[in-house]
Design a protein around this ligand. Structure first.
Ligand code: ATP
Length: 239
């Protein structure tokens, strides 16, 4: 049976692959649980952005989800490990598990920059649902200067909604047709609309389906489905 990770393992496991490369994607989230929608966008982003590595970085505590019940970090981490096993280019980093919560993305990016150096290109992948709330993120203007933000659709929000958010949150950016991205008037900020394939899946719905005994085939990798049952997560009945 796949077991939960221990706090000692979180402290000692590597936060980054041995050879991360120079084009690195970041997909942060609660991953409660990780599902096929996350994996689909991750793989598509690796291809479309020619990434060397895509880091899944689970939040210890999402600052915008404080007060909500969230499954233990060690379970969410174990499920991510199962989901990316044997998937080249995909890596799970537990770095936010080592910091005092809440888990601010800008702090994670600062740490990555420090460790990887200025020459590495960081692509922060964000679904349009999450990007709607960008003004509430800590130091969002600074964050947008430190990475290329790649925004992908997440129904009900599509890339057509991006212009409205840009006008509101980043009025000093303009759309550059040649680069197919929004560029900052000053500095190196770049926001890329990325039309990635999105599956109609959400962790919230998966949790409620587990409670109702719905089979998760196709929604989460089989190892993750087995883990949910083995650890009675989300009200799953033990077999
Ligand atoms: P919840 O339903 O509990 O809010 P979630 O399924 O949205 O969870 P998160 O962990 O909050 O999952 O999402 C992390 C990131 O993955 C976010 O950027 C979100 O936009 C994106 N994402 C979530 N579900 C999908 C999906 N089906 N397809 C593509 N991206 C997704």
């Amino acid at each position: 049976m796949a077991r939960a990770r221990s706090e000692a393992e979180v402290e000692t496991r590597p936060d980054l692959p041995l050879k991360p490369g120079t084009r690195i994607g970041i997909l942060g989230g609660t991953f409660d649980p990780v599902h096929a929608g996350h994996l689909r966008v991750a793989r598509a982003a690796v291809e479309r952005l020619a990434l060397d590595t895509l880091l899944f970085i689970p939040a210890l505590l999402n600052p915008l989800k404080q007060g909500e019940a969230v499954t233990a970090f060690l379970h969410r981490l174990a499920m991510l490990d199962l989901a990316v096993a044997n998937q080249p280019g995909l890596f799970v980093s537990a770095m936010e598990g080592k910091r005092t919560p809440p888990s601010y993305t800008v702090d994670t990016v600062r740490e990555l920059r420090q460790r990887l150096g200025a020459r590495v290109e960081l692509f922060l992948l964000v679904g349009m649902d999450a990007f709607q709330e960008v003004e509430g993120w800590k130091d969002s203007a600074e964050l947008a200067q430190m990475v290329s933000l790649a925004v992908f659709p997440r129904p009900p929000y599509g890339l057509g909604d991006l212009a409205v958010v840009m006008q509101r949150a980043f009025p000093f950016y303009h759309y550059d047709i040649g680069q197919q991205a929004w560029l900052a008037a000053v500095g190196s900020g770049r926001i890329i609309p990325l039309d990635l394939p999105v599956l109609d899946l959400s962790a919230t719905r998966i949790r409620s389906q587990v409670r109702s005994g719905v089979d998760l085939t196709g929604q989460v990798p089989s190892g993750v489905a087995q883990y949910i049952v083995a650890h009675s997560l989300y009200g799953a009945a033990r077999p």
